[in-house]
Ligand binder design. Structure first.
Ligand SMILES: [Zn+2]
Length: 279
């Protein structure tokens, strides 16, 4: 219990610090799971996202929550009519505990492979010390993802990008989502918050943002915290959608304007970081 309180306090600090512009939300509050696209379901909580990407060769879980709340994921799978044992891959967008701490639990239940980048595996395994991280010496390191890798599961291909900054090895993911007979390009920027320090890291973050902004054809923002991608607001619009209306998550211009906001905030941080070291 104490651990839960401590972790929650740290998380709330982290979230308020990082996402002040998105209002308050609770990283421990359960929310009912819901369908977003024909092949994508939300199984996260009020403050941290987790998604099931369903393919004809098994399910991919994107992020696994804090260990304390990971049991919500098997429950959500059951509620949506899926079996947690059908999860074949767990992708951790980065090594902070709110995204990867629960991966070990889901791996035990499903025998799924866990995929993460090399720098963030080192954080999760404890060989590199980092903030907002818990150590998982027993987590089976069976898949190190590199920039440019892809994963083909039947008709679904996921493309991976290393977009460092928030952590040294943030994993971003491009994947197709389906709405009836239409297919859209979804993108998850795997590390958004500016809760890190240093000129070099801030420059890395800015380079990642520039790289993503230059990518063509991103239709859908699937964010790894619900607030930045307006996941709940859009889900409400989705539940009220009338036949023939565009899917409310399909919003390419909003994705670009969100990235521009991130860039503006990061440029200010770069100035601040430079002042700190007298540059
Ligand atoms: Zn993080």
């Amino acid at each position: 219990m104490m651990k839960k309180i401590i972790l929650t306090s740290i998380a709330i600090f982290c979230i308020q610090f990082t996402y002040a512009q998105y209002g308050s939300f609770d990283t421990s509050k359960t929310v009912p799971p819901f369908k977003i696209f024909d092949n994508l379901y939300y199984v996260g909580n009020d403050g941290v996202s987790a998604y099931l990407l369903v393919t004809d060769k098994g399910i991919v879980l994107i992020d696994a929550l804090y260990a304390n709340y990971t049991n919500d994921i098997p429950a959500a799978c059951k509620q949506l009519g899926f079996d947690v044992k059908d999860i074949k891959y767990i992708l951790c967008t980065h090594g902070h505990f709110d995204h990867c701490e629960g991966a070990e639990i889901i791996q035990k239940l499903s025998k799924a492979h866990i995929g993460m980048t090399e720098p963030d595996w080192q954080m999760a395994e404890g060989s590199v010390k980092a903030d907002y991280t818990s150590v998982h010496p027993n987590m089976k390191r069976d898949w190190v993802i590199h920039d440019g890798d892809s994963l083909v599961l039947g008709k679904t291909t996921l493309h991976f990008f290393e977009t460092p900054g928030h952590t040294p090895g943030v994993l971003s993911i491009a994947f197709p989502v389906r709405d009836d007979n239409k297919v859209y390009n979804a993108f998850m920027f795997g590390g958004v918050g500016l809760n890190f320090e240093g000129v070099k890291r801030t420059e890395m973050y800015l380079a990642s943002v520039d790289r993503i902004m230059a990518m063509k054809g991103i239709d859908v923002n699937i964010s790894n915290h619900p607030a930045p991608g307006k996941i709940f607001e859009r889900a409400k619009l989705l539940s009220q959608r009338k036949p023939g209306e565009l899917h409310p998550f399909v919003a390419p211009k909003q994705f670009q304007s969100w990235m521009a906001e991130l860039k503006k905030a990061a440029l200010k941080k770069l100035d601040d970081e430079k002042k700190k070291v007298g540059k």
